[in-house]
Write a protein that binds this ligand. Sequence first.
Ligand SMILES: N[C@@H](CCC(=O)N[C@@H](CS)C(=O)NCC(=O)O)C(=O)O
Length: 212
Amino acid sequence: MTITITAFEHSPDGGKGLARDTRVRWALEEVNQPYEVRLVSFKAMKEPAHLALHPFGQIPTYEEGDLAIFESGAIVLHIAEHHAGLLPANPDARARAVMWTLAALNTVEPPILDLVTAKLVERDKPWAAERLPLVEARIRDRLAPLSVRLGTSEWLDGEFSVGDLMMISVLLRLKPSGIVDEYDNLSAYLARGVARPAYQRAFAAQAAVNAT
Ligand SMILES: N[C@@H](CCC(=O)N[C@@H](CS)C(=O)NCC(=O)O)C(=O)O
């Protein structure tokens, strides 16, 4: 069955790979599944056809046969559950891979999104300069323990898993801020992630869309 995902017709980041279709593309590349992409404009995302797929009018979505789902975490976990390569066989290790996926989305990503909002949406507000250090401090509150837990390991829990894929995807949004580079092991972790051939293919595919 054909897998179809949605992505921005013109990504606001101009193809830096920060839109959330990249993590879905990466998961599909890791498990060697071909996929098609339906590009949507900001206008089309808020129209009935897309809203039927995604009630919040966002990307990414994932369609395969009768299945249509949204939320990048749900999509990536679905891919990991149905194809070998992103979840360990051992049940306890699988549970931990899911745990890291949710930790990336629920614990690490929120303050990072706050920083994006603070820099892009709120930068003209009179209180913006005062708020920024608070937002950055909340990010460091997450990165410091993450760095301790990763230690000298290659990945978060043994073999590379969907948990690493999501954590690295989330941390990549911090690259422009330089904050992640304050933690040598996290910086090296990101470098290992983006060096994976599957990530490279996913990045190139989304960059190609945005180059046109
Ligand atoms: N929690 C959702 C967030 C989806 C999301 O924010 N998508 C962004 C692109 S990365 C979007 O569609 N933004 C346009 C909008 O919200 O109108 C997920 O992980 O899939």
